[in-house]
Design a protein around this ligand. Structure first.
Ligand code: ATP
Length: 260
């Protein structure tokens, strides 16, 4: 595929006609690849979500794009928590720039779109993974998927949101995603004050102010109200359990976050 818009943004783009997992490609080859290396495909055959979940899409109907964010030395784990959230902002902006309305983020890693008379639907998912030399930031974005093709009833696609599907859609979507991802990664690298990152993310976040149920492995479900993000990007939940107060939840510790 020629992809002129995308290659103008990321000249070394490694486009695959088919790929098991764009994240796995970058994780496996991180040592050899330069900073901001990109692998992308519209036919990902073994896409992954968090905690071993499956991310699936019929061939050609969705974009998978992964970016290698290299670091020198050990990364500060407190800063790493912000990266998936910033990637979510990038994909929300991508969807908006392609014409989708009613886009927002569900902490920590879902890009949702409002649905009339029902729960919001997932248009894009983010998966960040540690590699030896950095972090791999991956995103799946549903493009031309029809209602019959949705892998789960809670999904949606650009096409189902009224974005015209034509031969240039893959390139337009990939170029927009790369532009937005590179911009948030640059910001994430430059900013040291968590308040500044919070100011970028919170306006996109639907989760704040909501009644939530958080499932964590080996613990009782946490019921409460999502209040804010702490300095590490964790979700601060005011628990309904007596005496528990505020509980800070890290993305890696959550199996499910549900709105009550
Ligand atoms: P959940 O979406 O159930 O709240 P999660 O956000 O932690 O959980 P992820 O690991 O990000 O989930 O993504 C995997 C889940 O996304 C799958 O379990 C499935 O429910 C859903 N899914 C899989 N493929 C797609 C897709 N193409 N579009 C939208 N949702 C998908």
């Amino acid at each position: 595929m020629l992809l002129p818009l995308s290659r103008a943004i990321s000249p070394s783009l490694d486009w695959r006609e088919r790929c098991a997992s764009t994240n796995s490609e970058l994780v496996a080859r991180a040592e050899l690849l330069p900073d901001l290396a990109v692998v992308a495909t519209a036919d990902q055959t073994a896409g992954r979500g968090r905690l071993g979940r499956v991310w699936s899409a019929p061939p050609g109907s969705a974009l998978a794009v992964s970016l290698l964010v290299r670091h020198d030395g050990a990364p500060d784990p407190r800063r790493l928590g912000w990266l998936p959230l910033m990637a979510g902002v990038a994909l929300a902006r991508t969807a908006r720039s392609l014409g989708v309305e009613g886009v927002g983020l569900k902490w920590p890693n879902d890009v949702l779109v409002d649905a009339a008379g029902g729960p919001a639907r997932k248009l894009s998912g983010i998966l960040t993974e540690l590699a030896t030399e950095g972090v791999v930031v991956g995103a799946g974005l549903n493009l031309s998927m029809t209602a019959d093709e949705l892998p789960v009833p809670t999904a949606t696609s650009l096409a189902l949101q009224g974005v015209p599907v034509d031969a240039g859609l893959v390139d337009r979507a990939l170029a927009a995603a790369l532009h937005e991802l590179l911009s948030v990664v640059a910001q994430w690298r430059a900013v040291t004050d968590p308040a500044e990152l919070r100011a970028v993310i919170e306006p996109e976040l639907r989760t704040l102010g909501r009644a939530v149920r958080v499932d964590r492995p080996g613990l009782a479900p946490l019921l409460g109200t999502a209040e804010s993000l702490d300095d590490d990007g964790r979700l601060r939940v005011r628990s309904l359990a007596e005496g528990e107060g505020i509980v800070a939840v890290a993305a890696g510790d959550v199996t499910h976050l549900r709105y009550e």
